[in-house]
Ligand binder design. Sequence first.
Ligand code: CP
Ligand code: NVA
Length: 316
Amino acid sequence: MRKDFLSATDLTAAEYRSLFALAGELRRQRSPPRDLAGRTLAMIFEKPSLRTRVTFEAGMTQLGGHAVYLAPADIGLGSREPVADVGRNLERWVDLVMARTFAHVTVEDLAASCSLPVVNALSDLEHPCQSAADFLTLLDHRGSLDGLRFAYVGDGNNVCHSLLLTAALFGAEFRAATPAGYGVTDGVRERARVVGAPGFSLLETHDPAEAVRGADAVYTDVWTSMGQEAEAAERRRVFAPYQVNAALLELANSEARVMHCLPAHRGEEITPDVLEGPRSVVFDQAENRLHVQKALLLTLFRNRPHGLPRERPILA
Ligand code: CP
Ligand code: NVA
């Protein structure tokens, strides 16, 4: 097991299965374990958040611990002081770190600079906590991840990358319909092929209908991610044919689940009737962020390196 959770491929399929089992137990228990009593999670945000912030903070509270929210203006990660210095300070005080960053290398540098477990809470490249919650949601609804046909429609962004990598680990069929120039990055495609379990396949197309036909899950995300606001008008034009609406959903398996990481822009990437419709599981996904991240915090903490700086005296 790795020290950090920076990419969806930092856990194996077997480790995801254990994580999902623990998340299920935590969800059922009226009195969750208090293993994190007296422990602190530092939460670094370079971007806004509702779900990520609240689920990590509530999750720490429920496990007996405490979370400290560090807003973009509070610490000036990489500008007020180097990323590595932030990590080297935090390891003297806290037990776990999560960070939402622009550049993916920022969360990697943070992890490399300290002996604490570091969680990627969304970077421009990946959103692995989201994909973990999403696959738990599919497991809840389907009872199994075997033979999964997953369609992603829209921007080949951070969420798409982590979903693709998780699908690869579970040997799923992944179809991505994106406009030309907005597909998945080469590095993520290559990584998916390297980690792909038997059964994994990747279809990349510009045709949403080709991706969605017969799919078990139809997933979309915003057309303009955080940090891309200046491109919003151009993106609305380019992505207009990639809306998840009732006509597109007709092509999917009759049992297909509609998924979205939220926040959603109704009338852009998804129509209100589909988002609110009977096949939508978007609020189950949001709920599962809490359960899966509690399981992740417990797992990373129990597996943490021994001899953390804050656990040994400065002078022997
Ligand atoms: N899905 C998700 O990560 O939501 P927030 O940006 O609100 O945290
Ligand atoms: N792709 C979106 C996900 C938000 C949870 C973004 O990065 O803004």
